[in-house]
Structure formats: structure tokens, C-alpha cells
Ligand binder design. Structure first.
Ligand code: M6R
Length: 607
């Protein structure tokens, strides 16, 4: 979703702003813009489409103070006039990520006071509000006064034409970081935009406002009190955000899964037993009290939660509910204080998941655990316990390595709870540890099937619909396969538990509806085989992703992808890989923008 970069330095900041925007492209956007302050004037450049176009248009733009933005349209069509930065009276410029909920009332009031609006955005009110306070106040105070009038979520950057070495930034509900350099400072939506200039970073907290100058910076908390925040040294490096030998980030990230899983499981696989402490020191006191689990997440992370439900109920014997965060946050629910609320999020900034976490806390849940890929994210900071997935930065909008590492983390949660509840013998624990250690190499073997999957993908490229089937643990994997395909190839795909087929979707099956079946060699295999017969009998073309010893034979209308092993409880992780690759290769054939599919954003920081 929208990306922000800002810089104040004793050098031309335009290349820094543009390079930063390029690094934020993965978040998803439809237009881009920047403004620099020079000789008491604001120079603004905006364009719809890619940052590369903005780069061309800003070839002759220079300045030592500037803010820049990639916009993902919420209020108003993608167009140059709606692109940020927004100006007020050629004096104030603002970039904004988030949604201002009371903008209509503010706009009417500002209109009545003579302010003219040139865009359809909610952001423009922020520029005019700051302007309205600036005549009698410093830029910092004018911004604080304006923010006090806003209802909603924001990360903003602000500059003024007559203030050549200062930028103000603030966050509430949307992420923003401060980059600390030597006599130069930066702000950005995430660290990948700042690696080009510094690794020293301050994670701004909810409600923080920062006054950023050349030599120093001052942070004020939500009450306006000056505060000190720790400077962290980012562990990210440029290589982890470079494409390297791959054609797309999604392909790179699919192939990074063996390493990402090994990194996520490192602490456990190097030890001889499973302990609650991997979820944080307080887990030792929290976990023994836990009576049930409530998992809250969105999209792919929600699918990971759905798999975990099978594991938790079967192996740990603990009742588990999984809810879509955007539904839970608005539902009146009954809290059990002995329930562990588990949020799952790659970014840790998904607005609905964060709001669901806060809603759970307000209704009386104290035990909260975040499974997340970004250590300093809001969801992690606001949870009592955490387990970090160590997938590294995920740039492709379609989530891949984040999903499989979430599954690995959730499996660890299952085993720790199973052990605490006396349901895991030490032999079984050792067996699971062995299987976890083997997992990265099992994933590598599945990745080796890439050429076969690329071949299979040719059957899908001209189709408009596809059906995905799975049963039990693998039903959520069918959902994930369908989500991947629709997200990046724009083919309409639906997933069903295979047993539901004859209750409706079978009516859709004909030769033009490819049916993908996730077919592991587990207790439900025979039932699944009957479901596949039902499809074949209606002329449906089957694509069966089978694993060791499933004994389903290739025949007319039945295409088999034979995976080398069956991984038992960890099978959902292995079965995810070919579905990711299938979506990727179908998207390649269709020539879509694989890493930045239309209409989607990587971090969904607005509701
Ligand atoms: O960062 P999160 O895991 O909270 O994101 C949740 C969803 O927005 C995300 O998984 C989305 O569904 C992906 N684009 C799917 O590939």
C-alpha cells in the first residue's frame, strides 16, 4: 500500500527519494510523486504508472529536502491530480499513507474558510489544516495541531517551502521509520527504502511525531512529550532485496523456502527438545493456563491458521477457532480470558489484523501471541508473546515463503502445547524434530519439479476458471493454491473441500474447468479418489498433485504431478510448493505483472 520516503541532507536528495520509491514499489501503487524545497519554493513532480516515469520527469529536479510517495488509490481514481504530494497554497506539502475518516467534514469546513481543493483525496485536508495553523506556529506545532483534528490512520511526511532544512513526520496506524545518517536524516515506510543510505533506524511508535533536521531529530509521543527511542541497526542487507538470478521476486521467494524454513526452525532444530521459551519468556507462565486458541489473520496468513487448527486439535487436543480478522473485529464475541489469541501476519502491519488484536484485548483477552515476519511491527509490539518467522523480506505481493514459515512456526506452537498438555511422548518429540530438520531438504526436492509444473501450466493459460480440491489438513492448501492463481494470473479460482463437490460445485465441471486436486497419501486419500472419479465422470480434466504411494495413475484426462515423499503432518508445507509454482508459471504465460498484480498491495495498512 502507499509508500513514503523523505530526506534532508547536504546533497541532492532526488536520487535518494526515487531509489527509495523503487524499493517500495512492491507494496503496490498506481501513481507516484515527489516534492523538493529549493530557494524558498516547492517543486512538485507527479506521474501515474511506474516510478520509472517519475524518474524521467524529475531529471532536472534538485533539492536538499524532499518527500516522495507511491499512491495506492483509496479516495479518488488513480490520476496525476490525485497523486501525492498534496500542496496547500504552494507553501505546505504533504505525503500520506492511511485513511482520514472525517475528511468530508474537514473539507467542508476548510472550503468555507476559502481553501481550494484540487484533488479528490482525503490527504489534501491535511495539507490545508497544517497551512491554517502555520501562520502562527512552527511547522512542528502546526502539524501537531492538524493531527489532533484527524480521525483515522496515517503516516505522513510534511515540508514547508520556507523551511529548507526540516521535515516533519508522524505515524498512527500506518508504519513509518526514521533513518539516522551522519548529518542527514530520512523517513520511510519500511527499511528496504533506506538501506541505500543507512542501516541505523528508529521505529516510530503509535502517535509519534518527529521533527527531522540535518544535524538531529526530536521525537514527541502521542501526548506531545519529548521522548527518546532506541536506534536499531537493521539486519537487512541489500542482497536480500535484490532480484539476483531470478526473473521475479515471487520466483526467488519460492526458491528461498528451504533456507527460510531452516532459519525459522534453527533454534528448535539445534536443540534436543521443544520449550515454551521460544515464544518469549512469559510463555512459561502463560501457556500452562491456556484452555483454547483463537487465531486471527487475513488472506494467506488466515489459510496458515486454518491448517494450524487441524494440528492443534489433533496433536495438542486444544480447541481452536480461526477467524478472518476483518470479520472478528466487528463481531460481538464472548471472550474467555484463558484463550490464547494468536495473530498471524507477514508484515505485522495489516490494519484489520492489528485492529482485531486490539479488539480482542479490549474484550478481555490478555494472552496474545504474534507469529510474524517483521520484528518491530505493530502487531509484534502489541502482543505479549511472539515467534518470528525468519523468511527475510518478502517483496512479491503473492505471499509464498511467509506462508510456509508461518506453517512451520504454527507447528512448533502445536508441539509445545502438546508437550505441556502431556500429549507428546519424548519418542514422538524426537521423531517430529527429525522431520522438521529434514523439511528444508524435502522442500528442495519438490522445487526440483519446477520444469514439470511449468509444462502443466500450459493447460491453464487459456482457461477462465479453475477448481481446487483438498480434504482435511489440505483443504486450506487448496484455498491457498486458488488464491495464488487468482491473485497473479487473474483466472477465477475457487477451492472446496472435496467432499462438498456434489453439494453444488460439480455443476460447474466440464472440459473447460481444470480441477486441481491436492492428493497426499493420508487417511482421506481413498475418499478423495472417489471425489476425483466424480469429476472424471463429468468430463472434467484433473491435475492431481500426489505424493509417495498414492497410486493414482496417469490416464486420459488425469495429469499427475508425483511428489517424491509424504511428509505426514508436515505435508501441507510440501504440497504448497507446486501450487505456488503453478500459479507463477500460469501468470508468466498470461504475461501479467507477477510481483505487482493489478489492484493489490503488499501491506494492507488501510481497512
Ligand atoms: O502481512 P499479512 O500476512 O498480514 O497480510 C495478509 C494478507 O494481506 C496477505 O496474506 C495476502 O492475502 C497475500 N497477498 C496473499 O498472497
Amino acid at each position: 500500500m502507499c509508500g513514503i520516503v523523505g530526506a534532508v541532507a547536504r546533497r541532492n536528495v532526488v536520487p535518494i527519494l526515487l531509489n527509495g520509491l523503487l524499493r517500495l514499489e512492491y507494496r503496490g501503487y498506481d501513481s507516484a510523486g515527489l516534492v523538493v524545497v529549493r530557494d524558498g519554493k516547492l517543486t512538485r513532480v507527479r506521474s501515474i504508472g511506474r516510478v520509472a516515469e517519475l524518474e524521467q520527469k524529475s531529471a532536472n529536479t534538485h533539492g536538499e529536502l524532499g518527500i516522495a510517495h507511491t499512491r495506492w488509490a483509496t479516495h479518488g481514481m488513480p490520476s496525476e491530480r490525485n497523486a501525492h504530494p498534496h500542496l496547500s497554497c504552494d507553501l505546505i506539502a504533504v505525503v500520506h499513507n492511511g485513511i482520514i475518516e472525517n475528511y468530508e467534514a474537514l473539507r467542508a469546513d476548510l472550503n468555507a474558510r476559502g481553501y481550494e481543493f484540487t484533488s479528490d483525496t482525503d490527504t489534501e485536508v491535511i495539507a490545508h489544516l497544517i497551512h491554517s495553523h502555520y501562520a502562527q506556529n512552527s511547522l512542528l506545532v502546526a502539524t501537531q495541531m492538524a493531527l489532533a483534528q484527524l480521525v483515522g490512520a496515517y503516516a505522513i511526511g510534511v515540508v514547508a517551502a520556507d523551511n529548507p532544512h526540516q521535515l516533519i513526520a508522524a505515524r498512527k496506524g500506518s508504519p513509518l521509520l526514521l533513518g539516522v545518517g551522519e548529518s542527514e536524516h530520512f523517513v520511510a515506510s519500511d527499511m528496504s527504502a533506506l538501506l541505500q543510505v543507512t542501516k541505523n533506524v528508529v521505529y516510530l511508535e503509535e502517535g509519534d511525531v518527529v521533527e527531522v533536521n540535518l544535524a538531529d531529530y526530536r521525537i514527541f509521543d502521542v501526548q506531545g512529550k519529548a521522548v527518546k527511542r532506541a536506534v536499531h541497526v537493521s539486519e537487512l542487507n541489500n542482497d536480500s532485496v535484490e532480484l539476483g538470478e531470478y526473473q521475479h521476486y515471487m520466483q526467488k521467494e519460492i526458491h528461498e523456502q528451504p533456507q527460510a524454513l531452516a532459519d525459522t526452525l534453527e533454534s528448535v532444530c539445534n536443540s534436543r527438545s521443544m520449550v515454551p521459551g521460544i515464544f518469549g519468556a512469559e510463555a512459561n507462565t502463560v501457556f500452562p493456563q491456556v484452555e483454547s486458541i483463537l487465531i486471527l489473520a487475513c488472506g494467506t496468513s488466515h489459510h496458515a491458521g486454518m491448517v494450524a487448527r487441524y494440528w492443534l486439535e489433533e496433536l495438542a487436543g486444544i480447541q481452536c477457532t480461526v477467524e478472518i480478522a476483518s470479520e472478528y473485529r466487528y463481531r460481538t464475541s464472548v471472550a474467555n480470558p484463558k484463550t490464547l489469541v494468536v495473530t498471524i501476519s507477514q508484515s505485522g502491519e495489516t490494519a484489520d489484523t492489528l485492529a482485531a488484536l486490539n479488539h480482542a484485548k479490549q474484550t478481555g483477552h490478555e494472552f496474545t501471541l504474534a507469529i510474524c515476519n517483521v520484528p518491530e511491527s505493530a502487531i509484534v509490539r502489541q502482543s505479549k508473546l511472539r515467534l518470528m518467522t525468519r523468511a527475510g523480506p518478502e517483496i512479491g505481493v503473492a505471499s509464498t515463503k511467509a506462508f510456509t514459515t508461518q506453517l512451520a512456526a504454527l507447528f512448533l506452537l502445536t508441539l509445545v502445547l502438546a508437550k505441556l498438555r502431556g500429549r507428546l511422548s519424548s519418542e514422538r518429540e524426537q521423531q517430529f524434530l527429525h522431520e522438521l530438520r529434514h523439511l528444508p531438504s524435502a522442500v528442495k526436492k519438490v522445487l526440483a519439479l519446477e520444469p514439470q509444473i511449468a509444462e502443466l501450466s500450459k493447460y491453464f493459460a487459456d482457461k477462465h476458471h479453475a477448481l481446487f480440491l483438498g480434504r482435511g489438513l489440505h483443504y486450506p492448501i487448496a484455498l491457498e493454491g486458488a488464491l495464488k492463481l487468482k491473485e497473479i494470473s487473474y483466472i477465477h479460482a475457487e477451492a472446496y473441500p472435496a467432499g462438498e463437490l456434489k453439494h453444488g460445485p460439480l455443476a460447474l465441471v466440464d472440459k473447460d474447468m481444470p480441477v486441481v486436486s491436492v492428493a497426499p497419501n493420508d487417511a482421506l486419500l481413498e475418499k478423495l479418489k472417489s471425489n476425483l472419479q466424480e469429476v472424471r465422470a463429468r468430463g472434467g480434466e484433473l491435475y492431481v498433485f500426489a505424493d509417495a504411494n498414492t497410486h493414482i495413475k496417469e490416464a486420459e484426462g488425469i495429469h499427475i504431478l508425483q511428489m517424491p515423499e509424504h511428509a505426514g503432518y508436515l505435508s501441507p508445507i510440501l504440497h504448497t510448493i507446486p501450487l505456488q509454482l503453478l500459479a507463477y508459471y500460469v501468470a508468466l504465460q498470461k504475461g501479467t505483472d507477477v510481483d505487482k498484480p493489478r489492484n493489490l498491495a503488499k501491506s494492507v495498512t488501510v481497512e
